[in-house]
Structures are given as structure tokens and as C-alpha cells.
Design a protein around this ligand. Structure first.
Ligand SMILES: NC(=O)CCC(=O)C(=O)O
Length: 259
């Protein structure tokens, strides 16, 4: 499986420009041979939360149409990072996953809202896990701050996820936490972690990329620099079973002790 991590800059509060930029990158990644493309968090609007009424994607219609069209045309799966959406009367931070036939196969609303970036003031949290299948492999997807909740990752790996995607807008100020937590989540869940962060800045934060692909033993397979880049990574899913066989953490768990 050839995965492309699209690390890019996002224009604050400008969906029109961001759709253009993301389309260009998706086309580039597909040309380079990717069969699964991963985008960062909130790529349509950035964290322009005070203007969500005007700029969030109503029921995600525009994003879904966009991802479906490109996935089908380029015959590539897309883990669509996340976008700001409006559903009923609330706003969400929503991830869409579309397979290479252009079918929308999963939708996830960020479960843990990040107070330091005011998400709790503007967004509603989701209540469901995000487990899906691509090429007959079970995968999971969470969003940015969800990374700080090991229970949430465990819930996904216990449901069979062999790869967990983490789109993000994780500021440079805490980039050490990002790197360490991603590696820890891969080691403890003995799965691949594919994490895509943005670069650039918004009025409140700077972002320095460092997107990462981490193998089930904790090895860093790829790390992005601090510029826009597309990381193309071939992953070997046999490693998941190999590592789980070497140290049988999932067999050795004692669920009854953890309540
Ligand atoms: N967009 C986010 O959820 C950011 C999370 C973050 O920066 C953190 O430190 O956690």
C-alpha cells in the first residue's frame, strides 16, 4: 500500500482557495503513484471559528462531492483529513473517508475538543468511533487532540485497526508532544500510525509540519520537514501481525483490572 501524506499550508478562513490547493496536491500525490492519500485537519477553513456560520461546509456536501469526484477519477482512496461542517444547528470537525471507487465509507466527528484552541466554544463533539475497511484492511481515524487519549486509540485497535490516521493542526509550540505521543500510540497498539500535520501560520499559532508515519514496532518510517511536502510511503501490513506475535500485548491484557 502506497500512502501519501499531504503536508500543506492552509489559508485562514478561505475555503475557495483551500479547495484549489488541496485538489492540486491530491492530483500530484496520485501522479506519484499513491493509492491512499491523507490530508490534514480543518483544511477548508483553518481555525477561523468565529466565522463558521459563513464558511463551514453545510452538511459537508461540498467536501463529499469534491473527495468522491477526485477519488473516483484518480482511482485512489482518500482519508480526507477533516473539515469544518455544519450539521443541523451545530458545527463539527469532521473527517470523511472515500474509497477508490468514489464511495463515502466513513464519517467521523472529532471526539475530544481542544480548549486551548477554543474548539469547545464553537464546535460539538462526536460520540462514535471511526473504523473502516480499505482494501480489506481494517483501519481507524481520529483527529489531532484525540491523540492525547490512549483509551481512544485502544478502542480503535481493539476493533481491529491496523492503521490509525491522525490528521492535525498541531502547533510547533508542542511539537515534541506530537512526536512522542505518536510513537507511543504506535508502540502500545502495535499498529501503523499515519499522522499528517499542516505548515504555515494562522493569527494564533505557528505550525511546523513534522507529519509522521510510524511502524508497529515504533520505528519512524517517514517524517516530514517544516515545509509543504508530500511524503510517499510504502507500508508492509504483515509487520502488524509480526509485532503482535513477538510481544502478545493484546493476549496479555487484563481487561478486568482496568475498570
Ligand atoms: N487541533 C488540535 O486539536 C491541537 C491539539 C494540540 O495542539 C495539543 O497540544 O493537544
Amino acid at each position: 500500500m502506497k500512502i501519501a501524506c499531504v503536508q500543506l499550508d492552509i489559508e485562514f478562513g478561505n475555503p475557495k482557495e483551500n479547495f484549489k490547493r488541496v485538489e492540486k496536491k491530491i492530483r500530484e500525490a496520485a501522479l506519484q503513484g499513491a493509492n491512499l492519500i491523507v490530508l490534514p485537519e480543518m483544511w477548508n477553513t483553518g481555525y477561523d471559528l468565529t466565522r463558521l456560520e459563513d464558511i463551514a461546509d453545510d452538511k459537508g456536501v461540498k467536501t463529499k462531492e469534491f473527495l468522491v469526484k477526485l477519488a473516483k477519477e484518480l482511482h485512489t482512496h482518500i482519508v480526507g483529513g477533516s473539515v469544518s461542517t455544519k450539521k443541523k444547528d451545530s458545527f463539527y470537525n469532521t473527517m470523511y473517508i472515500v474509497n477508490h471507487s468514489g464511495e463515502l465509507i466513513a464519517e467521523y466527528d472529532k471526539a475530544h475538543l481542544f480548549k486551548l484552541m477554543d474548539e469547545h466554544l464553537y464546535l460539538k463533539a462526536g460520540d462514535s468511533k471511526n473504523i473502516f475497511m480499505l482494501d480489506e484492511v481494517t483501519m481507524g481515524g481520529v483527529i489531532c487532540y484525540d491523540l492525547r487519549f490512549p483509551e481512544w486509540f485502544r478502542a480503535h485497535s481493539l476493533n481491529g485497526a491496523k492503521i490509525i490516521f491522525v490528521p492535525a493542526q498541531w502547533p510547533s509550540a508542542r511539537i515534541d508532544h506530537w512526536k512522542i505521543l505518536l510513537q507511543a500510540r504506535a508502540i502500545e497498539n502495535q499498529c501503523y500510525i499515519v499522522a499528517v500535520n499542516r505548515v504555515g501560520e494562522d493569527p494564533n499559532n505557528q505550525f511546523n509540519g513534522n507529519s509522521m508515519v510510524i511502524a508497529p514496532w515504533g520505528d519512524i518510517v517517514w517524517v516530514g520537514n517544516e515545509e509543504e511536502t508530500i511524503g510517499l510511503v510504502d507500508i508492509d501490513l504483515n509487520l502488524v501481525e509480526e509485532v503482535r506475535g513477538r510481544i502478545p500485548v493484546f493476549q496479555d491484557r487484563r481487561e478486568s483490572l482496568y475498570k
